[in-house]
Every structure is written in C-alpha cells, then in structure tokens.
Design a protein around this ligand. Sequence first.
Ligand code: NAI
Ligand code: 15L
Length: 266
Amino acid sequence: MAKELGRLLLTGAAGGLGKVLRESLKPSAAVLRLSDIAGMAPASGENEEVVPCDLADKAAVDALVRGCDAIAHFGGVSVERPFEEVLEANIKGTFHLYEAARRHGVKRVVFASSNHVIGFYRQDEPLDAHVARRPDGYYGLSKSFGEDLAQFYFDRWGIETVSIRIGSSFPAPLNRRMMSTWLSYRDLTTLIEKSLFTPDVKHTVVYGMSANRDLWWDNAAAAHLGFVPQDGSEVFRAQVEAQPPVAPNDPNAIYQGGAFTAQGPF
Ligand code: NAI
Ligand code: 15L
C-alpha cells in the first residue's frame, strides 16, 4: 500500500494514460483531482474531483492547483504537432502549472517527459540521464523545456520534480522499436508512486521503461527512487516479430525517437 497524499492533481486525466492512472493512483491520495480539456467521466464518490481546465489558461490553472499537495502532470499535446499547438498546451501550460505550484506551495511534481527529448540519438548509443538532450521535434522540444522548468523551479523555489522520460506506455509494444522502449502500465504506476513518495528527489530524471531485454537507457542516476520494473516486452516478441521487417533506412530502425524524427514540417 502506497503512502497517501491529501489531494493529488492528475492532469491529462481523459487521455490514454490518464484513464489508467485514474484507477491505479487511487491508493496514493485521499482525493484525486482529475483534470483535462477533454470530457471526463463524472466523479465517482468522495475520492474524486473532476475539474475541466485548459492548461493554456493561466488563471484557470492557478485555480486548478490551489489546494493540491502534489501534481502528476500528464496533460498536453502528446505527439508531434504544429509548433503553435505545442506552445499553448505544453510550453505555456507547463509554465502555468509550475507558477501555480509556486504560488500555492505545492512541493512535488511528477512530470510526464518523453523519450523524444533524446530522440535523435541512434539506437546503438546507450544513454544515461545526464547526456545532452537531442529533441526530435517541437513536441520533444516542449518536453525538454519542461525538464528545464523543473530544474529551475527546484533551484529557485525548492519545488521537487521527477521527470519521467516515458518510452512507450501502451498495453503492449506496437512495433520492434517499442520492444526496447515499452513501459507497462503497472511499472508506470510504480514509478509514479516512487516519484511521489521518495524523500529528497530534488530534480531527478528517470527513463520510464520496463525490464526489456534490449535497453538503450541506464537509470543508475535515479537509483534513489528504488524503481524495479516487474514487466518486460519479451513476452510480446513473437507477435511483434510477426510484423513485416523494418527497412534499414527507416527512422524506426535508426533513431531512438523512431518515426517522430521524420514528422513535419506542417
Ligand atoms: P494522450 O494524448 O492520450 O493524453 C493527453 C491528454 O492531455 C489528453 O486527454 C488531452 O485532452 C489533454 N490535453 C491536451 N491539451 C490540453 C490542454 N491545452 N489543456 C488540458 N489538457 C490538454 O496522451 P497519453 O499517451 O495519455 O500521454 C500522457 C502524457 O504522457 C503526455 O504528456 C505525453 O506526452 C506523455 N508521454 C506518453 C507516452 C506514452 O507512451 N503514452 C510516452 C512519452 C510521454
Ligand atoms: C511519446 O512521447 C508519445 O506520447 C507516445 O504516443 C508514443 O508515441 C511514445 O512517445 C513513443 O515514442 O513510442
């Protein structure tokens, strides 16, 4: 049983991961405040609050954060999109969230960063959490900005963040690349719990991946979180390798960020 916060804000609650976390993070807080710009199922019982909000609206985000003890920030544009869309939801939106955290004394954020902050590294280059970032698009740039915001708000205001560079979190890996990047929902939930409740995390960067066979990322710098993944992509290998082979010049076979490295211009 995880420790319990008073009120935990989950942004992106209507999204693919948000719907999963709405259930799996229940034991982490007395009240889960669920927010998204998209429609959400109504609150069920006293342990949930549903608060629609556009992250681009600074005043609305300020009101959203008031009264919360910690934030799991999963809302925003989650794929490569035109810069103007990414700017509003991810760059301004994450700034609004940290400003509200500062104003209302929130001391812990879990930030859903992404492997696309390092997407232009090749798949044969092993990385740790300290490598220079190589974002693979506007989306990756926005997550890189989010990690810098997290560091700044720790250095200036003492707000602690765990930035989780999530690989590919889906029920199963969808292609060969995701055999390396896959993160099960169970392992994602454990990693968020560790990120919420480990003392003294400062700004920690951790790669969000399960115990897959062929890993590109080294989490030694985040060992203090005590995250030990329980799942692995190997059980899906036969079904993934039944797919047609990927051409050697396909970005999915070359770069850690896969197809994201070749999207746009819009
Ligand atoms: P998703 O696209 O299903 O969910 C994102 C949610 O954010 C959506 O419900 C959307 O309505 C909401 N949103 C978008 N713009 C908003 C705005 N202006 N104001 C408020 N809410 C807004 O994405 P998913 O897969 O659930 O990912 C959740 C988070 O995790 C995202 O931040 C994504 O970048 C990150 N992530 C996910 C990965 C994955 O494999 N699922 C991998 C790496 C990062
Ligand atoms: C991400 O950052 C996306 O949000 C998700 O939809 C996946 O595409 C994932 O990265 C990935 O790289 O597989």
